[in-house]
Structures are given as C-alpha cells and as structure tokens.
Design a protein. Structure first.
Length: 185
C-alpha cells in the first residue's frame, strides 16, 4: 500500500511538472498550437512578476510617462463602472468639486476594516481627510473600525441579517448597511 501512494504522488508531481513545462513554452508557439494555458493564464498577475531583463544602457533622460511599466493585463473586469468615481476624484483634484463621498462594502476582510482602512488612508493622503465617515452607533464584531473607539455602550436594539440565516423575512428596520439600531424604550 505504501508503494502505491508514493507512485500516485510521483505521477502527480510528473503531471504538474509537465504542465509547467507546457505553460512555459506556450507564448513561443503559434496561436493555433497553443493548447495549454500559459503562466499568465495560470497565475493572475504573472505579467507584473515577470519583468523583461534590460541590458545596461547609458543613462538618458526619460519622461515620467515612459518610466512607468506598461502592461496589457486588465486588472478590473468592469472598469467602465468606476469611471464616474474616477471622474469625481479628478474633479476634486482640479478643485471643481468640494468633496466625494465613498462607501465601501464587501466581505469580512473589508468589514473588519483591514482593506478599507488602507484604501481610506491612501485616498486621504491624495485628496485630503473628509472625516471618519460612516460609523455604526454601536459596535459589533462585523463593524469594528481601526482607529475608532465607540463609547456607546448598550441601550439599543440591534436589527441585522444574522450570518447563520439568510432565509429571514424582509425587515423594514434594516438600513442600507444590512443592519440598524433603535433606542430601547
């Protein structure tokens, strides 16, 4: 039995090695002969990791635009949906707009403010600090914000979609954050 499991492991490693060799050779083949995925297909962002080697050349003045690496890898699938947002940021930068409101929804990494906090910091460095933003009146484990201490303790009823069940009836108490609070009477 021991030999059989090693045999399967060797076959798996051999298959994986052949896949890597085939992926490495795909870009050099004509389009009709490319039957295996290339590294760029297997590893998202491969183009960013693989920088073409450049021979040492005499240093010449280069414009800022040509210093930035060019890539035809599309990062966002629906870039056009963000165009109004980027247009608003551009207007803010040009002083044609006084403020831009940003609200960021997502999974638990964003709810725990791990991703959103960094994005907010970067936007504030570039465009100025517009304040704390949306803050829930009471803390829950899903809405803990970095750099914010909520002093409200108790006295409120919390209405929210529970993680264990999404089959609840629609509740008019829920706001656009999928939760709301009401003072206890």
């Amino acid at each position: 039995m021991q030999i059989r499991s090693y045999r399967n492991l060797y076959l798996l490693l051999l298959w994986f090695g052949l896949l890597l060799v085939a992926a490495a050779g795909q870009p050099s083949l004509p389009k009709f002969a490319q039957v295996f995925p290339s590294y760029a297909d297997l590893i998202p962002g491969w183009a960013y990791f693989k920088q073409p080697s450049q021979p040492n050349q005499a240093k010449t003045e280069v414009s800022q635009e040509s210093k930035q690496p060019k890539s035809d890898v599309q990062i966002l699938v629906n870039q056009e949906r963000l165009q109004p947002f980027f247009a608003s940021l551009h207007q803010l930068q040009q002083k044609k707009k006084s403020h831009v409101r940003v609200i960021h929804f997502g999974d638990s990494l964003i709810w725990a403010d791990n991703v959103a906090f960094t994005i907010k910091e970067n936007l504030q460095k570039e465009f100025g600090d517009g304040g704390r933003g949306l803050v829930t009146i009471i803390d829950s484990k899903e809405s803990v914000l970095k750099g914010h201490s909520n002093l409200t303790k108790g006295g409120f009823d919390l209405f929210q979609i529970e993680h264990s069940s999404f089959n609840k009836e629609i509740s008019p108490e829920l706001g656009f954050t999928a939760k709301s609070v009401r003072p206890q009477i």
